[in-house]
Design a protein around this ligand. Structure first.
Ligand code: AMP
Length: 214
């Protein structure tokens, strides 16, 4: 199973990806996580990407495409879910070429649709485990112990780009560069829309139904 999950920041891509990974045994490829890991490991890629993430801007296509291409080429026979990539038409075109070269066609492009107000409140209250990446929300999904991950006991963090000043830019970038990919995947007959403003479990059940494995 090879999937792409789209949605504005805060739409629930990471949460649903984790469930799909459990369900299908596929690899989660999150371009945002790859960048954040590179930044915390202070690699050359991380140093080049940091300023873009801090501002909520898109990292240039050539850097991003090279990074994801390497992961896709190392997958072997495992399926994948792409989360946060592609984000521009140029990235989508490059992705088609890479996937063709490794004979891994996309089965489905899921588009999570969430109202702007809901996105804002999710992002402002979102807390993420600094170690395992588990996602919480201070009101709707608090951890058992404040500031501590239920799953691995590590500290939770408020992502610097989830601060209100950066969120607006990230949402604008999504509208400008990524939302147009809907018609790109419509033309390939791969896109399906899922309302993401419901309980996680309901969203997941619908995704399973749409991917034909419920
Ligand atoms: P995310 O975790 O998907 O919200 O990504 C966090 C940040 O990483 C984005 O705001 C961008 O700065 C950068 N980023 C992630 N994926 C991409 C991409 N496909 N193209 C350009 N920048 C990206």
């Amino acid at each position: 199973m090879n999937l792409i999950i789209f949605g504005a920041p805060g739409a629930g891509k990471g949460t649903q990806s984790a469930k799909l990974v459990d369900q299908y045994g596929i690899k989660h490829i999150s371009s945002g996580d790859l960048f954040r890991n590179a930044i915390s490991n202070k690699t050359e890629l991380g140093l080049r990407a940091k300023g873009f993430l801090d501002r909520g801007d898109l990292v240039p296509d050539d850097i991003t495409i090279g990074m994801v291409k390497e992961v896709l080429q190392g997958l072997g026979s495992q399926g994948f879910i792409l989360d946060g990539f592609p984000r521009t038409v140029k990235q989508a075109e490059a992705l088609q070429i890479v996937l063709e070269s490794v004979s891994k066609p996309i089965d489905l492009a899921l588009f999570l649709i969430v109202d702007h107000k809901v996105l804002l409140s999710r992002l402002v209250g979102r807390r993420v485990c600094s170690k395992c990446g588990a996602v919480y929300h201070i009101d709707s999904k608090p951890p058992k112990v404040s500031g501590v991950c239920d799953l691995c006991g590590s500290p939770l963090v408020h992502r610097p780009d989830d601060q209100e000043s950066v969120i607006a830019n990230r949402l604008e970038k999504y509208q400008e560069f990524t939302a147009p990919l809907r018609s790109y995947y419509d033309n390939l007959n791969l896109s399906v829309e899922v309302r993401g403003d419901r309980e996680e479990k309901l969203v997941f059940e619908e995704i399973l139904r749409l991917s034909g494995k419920d």
